[in-house]
Design a protein around this ligand. Structure first.
Ligand code: SAM
Length: 284
């Protein structure tokens, strides 16, 4: 289908949720020297100018990342994760001397930012135009961008040649089969790489299709599935996306506590009705 373009949504609350979770997972992986293969199955463009005409159309970043940018001093004082993440967000801007928020970095940027020489990163993007944007950016030599289907590309990469594997699966869910295909891919990865750390983003929409993904993952017999969900408001209050979910397979130790602490404060910036819930979907 490939109608979706992430530039319309860059920097929204779901991006902040996803990229804080991604960054927290990466920081945990950096505690050990052994090399990591990172895979981003649905990469997008990699970095988005907030002045771009697509992003300006909906201006979702004004409700998402902008309140964190304005509150960055107070947030950094409270949480080490937010301090490091916000410092990285400053690095993603064109000018670091007196930074203003002109760009929002996508998952490839966040992953590449803390890539070490022993790690590698594979970025899959199927949309030709989006892939052109991705290709046009400069990436370290251990980053590959590949213009093929991300879930198939991930399967072909297994088993990874590094001791550790960390995967982000972030489709646009334009087809309802995406939910089942993602769950099937997770089960496949878990069979081929039992210790892989996998993060799956899913939208919370009134139709509730994310439940299929969660139930398929549980019914496949997977264990150690932790989920984090941000809700901006109750499902009935609008037709569109009311929340953002992340499902973690083999989350790093302590991630639950970090996410719960950080999002207690972050959701406060997103309105009075906004909430965060973190819990085990399937325990050990
Ligand atoms: N992960 C990105 C980030 O956090 O910055 C955003 C990704 S966006 C939600 C989903 C992307 O997947 C879009 O750029 C879309 O073109 C791409 N896409 C759609 N179908 C795909 C497929 N089968 N394989 C790889 N990429 C696909």
């Amino acid at each position: 289908m490939l109608a979706y373009q992430h530039a319309y949504h860059a920097g929204n609350f779901a991006d902040v949720h996803k990229h804080l979770a991604l960054y927290a997972t990466q920081l945990a992986l950096l505690r050990k020297e052994s090399s990591v293969t990172y895979v981003d199955t649905h990469a997008g463009r990699g970095r988005y100018p907030l002045t771009g005409k697509e992003t300006q159309k909906l201006k979702e970043y004004e409700q998402g990342v902008l309140p964190l940018w304005y509150a960055r001093q107070a947030l950094s004082n409270k949480h080490p994760l937010l301090e490091t993440w916000l410092m990285a967000l400053v690095r993603a801007q064109d000018s670091q001397a007196k930074p203003s928020l002109t760009h929002y970095p996508g998952s490839p940027w966040w992953l590449a930012d803390s890539l070490r020489k022993q790690d590698r990163l594979s970025l899959f993007e199927l949309h030709p135009g989006e892939h052109d944007h991705l290709e046009a950016q400069s990436w370290p030599s251990n980053v590959r961008h590949i213009h093929v289907d991300g879930l198939a590309g991930l399967r072909r990469l297994l088993p990874a040649t590094t001791p550790r594997l960390c995967v982000l699966i972030d489709p646009s869910y334009e087809r309802k089969e995406d939910y089942t295909e993602v769950a099937e891919t997770l089960a496949y990865v878990a069979r081929k790489a039992r210790h892989a750390q996998v993060m799956i983003w899913y939208p919370l929409l009134p139709a509730g299709r994310h439940q299929t993904l969660l139930e398929r993952a549980r019914d496949a017999g997977l264990r150690k599935l932790w989920r984090s969900e941000v809700r901006l408001h109750s499902p009935g209050a609008s037709h569109g996306m009311y929340g953002s979910g992340m499902l973690f397979f083999n989350p790093p130790w302590g991630l639950d506590e970090v996410m719960n602490n950080v999002f207690t404060d972050v959701v406060g910036l997103w309105g009075q009705e906004a909430t965060h819930r973190g819990d085990w979907w399937v325990g050990e």
